[in-house]
Design a protein around this ligand. Structure first.
Ligand code: DX5
Ligand code: ZN
Length: 222
């Protein structure tokens, strides 16, 4: 049995000048907001930080899932919590031994997760999965929205699903990058249960219809 399916639209693809208006219509139909934080070092791009997270917190009750594409996410745990984050995911490439940062996130009362880039083997995170509430498999190289799904990562999702189910840990398995109805179905079949989608939701002519289509694709009835 998989953990419940969740849809987490990535606000990176939204119009930041109209963020509240962009999220309001789809809020009743989604589960988390995925917030991509980029530092220009870990990835070759800059995105957003505490002010946007705090503004978002003021206009939504949904969990804020902060994907930290930064070299030093651990330095900002309490600031992220104070801005309104509910979950912080950090890259295993930035924290090869994430024990301390996991503890810091949990001590702050937040959910913790590890992220793997497409070239990173699943073995890198296995020793630390017991500390994870979520594990995020990147299906594009991080830094930009709108890229094509790399289906070579699906074997990592399968491996993680076997691990999670055989350990009964209930860890969420999240997929991020190039997710639309077709790729969401592939990821669901491999064992993912949390689906991040930016372009496919916010750049769709009808974002509410796009969310319903995603939910149908992953076989979720809500
Ligand atoms: C990429 C980000 C993704 C991105 C997804 O660095 O981590 O969350 O916003 O965007 P789409 O769905 O357009 O691939
Ligand atoms: Zn992301």
């Amino acid at each position: 049995m998989h953990a419940p399916a969740r849809i987490a639209p990535s606000i990176l693809a939204a119009d930041f000048a109209r963020l509240a208006d962009e999220i309001a219509p789809i809020e009743p139909f989604v589960d988390w907001w995925h917030v991509d934080v980029m530092d220009g070092h870990f990835v070759p791009n800059l995105s957003l930080g505490m002010p946007v997270i705090a503004s978002l917190r003021a206009v939504t009750d949904l969990p804020l899932d902060c994907h930290m594409m930064t070299t030093n996410a651990g330095d900002y745990v309490e600031a992220l919590r104070d801005a309104g984050a509910d979950q912080i995911t950090v890259h295993i490439e930035a924290y090869p031994d994430p024990t301390d940062v996991a503890r810091r996130v949990h001590d702050a009362g937040l959910r913790f997760g590890l992220v793997l880039n497409p070239p990173t083997p699943v073995d890198a995170v296995i020793p630390y999965l017991t500390t994870c509430d979520v594990v995020l498999v990147m299906s594009v190289n991080p830094g930009f929205g709108g890229q094509s799904f790399l289906d070579g990562v699906l074997s990592k999702v399968e491996h993680l699903r076997k691990w999670v189910d055989s350990n009964g840990s209930g860890t969420d398995i999240q997929i991020d990058g190039g997710i639309g109805a077709d790729t969401a179905r592939l990821a669901r079949d491999a064992g993912a249960n949390v689906f991040v989608a930016g372009t496919a939701v916010f750049r769709a002519p009808d974002p509410v219809a796009a969310v319903h289509e995603l939910r149908r694709a992953i076989g979720d009835k809500r």
